[in-house]
Design a protein around this ligand. Structure first.
Ligand SMILES: NC(=O)c1ccc[n+]([C@@H]2O[C@H](COP(=O)([O-])OP(=O)(O)OC[C@H]3O[C@@H](n4cnc5c(N)ncnc54)[C@H](OP(=O)(O)O)[C@@H]3O)[C@@H](O)[C@H]2O)c1
Length: 243
């Protein structure tokens, strides 16, 4: 039976390449995007390469969009095999420095609305469909900037980079990963967090060493793990990361 995947924020960057790589595995991929024009344009690009991709209008901070996406997936496919929670924003004023004393509440709330609350709401809504899969896989695209281990290690290259809103939202996402994996440990659903690496995208900037295709690889690999694969982990390219 064809596997069905949903990738949020699939219109560009790491999300777009994730959609492509999953579709290349003959998976039917639903490309979530909040902007209809951009989503349809991205869908066209991949369909022109004979990939089975369908755009789904999905702003993850919009409860109605979440409900509509759930209804659509349920009526068309009756299940969901793979959910890649990729969509996120970076709203801090800079990557450098530690803005914890001054980060505006609006920046914190707007960041959490998408990176954390939107992701949790979407995942909770889709869980009944994911549990209907023979091998449900949830991958949360996190970031090492959400890692306590990294921010406590003065020798880590990211130690000087402490954008508070973004980092805290990814820490919360990591906690969600651990709790959800624990809650689902007796089921066939596996839940893992992926760090894509530092990637050339709007969030990562063009200074980054990795291409979006390379950045997609960790999440795609975790989406394709078999029943012996891990759950409740945080990794990049197969290497564990500190929470
Ligand atoms: N690039 C890096 O170096 C890096 C490092 C670590 C982790 N990450 C993570 O990788 C993931 C992908 O980011 P990226 O680097 O590919 O950045 P990106 O190119 O800016 O892509 C972000 C995607 O998320 C979408 N998005 C934002 N808010 C949304 C919402 N409310 N609903 C639905 N979609 C929304 C964006 O849509 P629009 O086009 O409409 O804005 C876009 O498609 C993120 O979770 C990011 O935190 C990236």
């Amino acid at each position: 039976m064809t596997k069905i995947a949903l990738v949020t924020g699939g219109n560009k960057g790491i999300g777009f390449e994730t959609v492509r790589q999953l579709a290349e595995q003959k998976i039917k991929v639903l490309m979530g995007a909040r902007n209809e024009t951009e989503g349809k344009k991205a869908e066209e690009v991949l369909r022109a390469q004979s990939l089975d991709v369908t755009f789904v209008k999905l702003d993850i901070s919009d409860s109605q969009d979440i409900e509509n996406a759930k209804t659509y997936i349920e009526s068309e496919y009756g299940k969901l095999d793979i959910l890649i929670n990729n969509a996120a924003v970076f709203l801090d004023s800079a990557w450098f420095g530690n803005n914890v004393e001054t980060a505006p509440m609006k920046t914190l709330r707007d960041t959490f609305d998408i990176n954390y609350f939107g992701t949790v709401e979407l995942t909770q809504a889709l869980l009944p469909l994911i549990k209907k899969s023979d091998a449900g896989r949830i991958v949360n695209i996190s970031s090492v900037s959400g890692s306590f281990g990294v921010h406590l290690d003065e020798n880590h290259w990211l130690y000087q980079l402490k954008p508070y809103a973004y980092s805290a939202s990814k820490t919360a996402l990591n906690q969600f990963t651990v709790f959800l994996a624990n809650a689902l440990k007796e089921t066939k659903v596996k839940v893992n967090a992926a760090n894509p690496g530092w990637v050339q995208t709007s969030i990562g900037s063009d200074q980054a060493p990795l291409t979006p295709a390379q950045g997609a690889e960790t999440g795609v690999a975790l989406a394709l793990i078999d029943e012996n694969g891990p759950t409740g982990t945080f990794s990049q390219a197969g290497e564990s990361l500190p929470w």
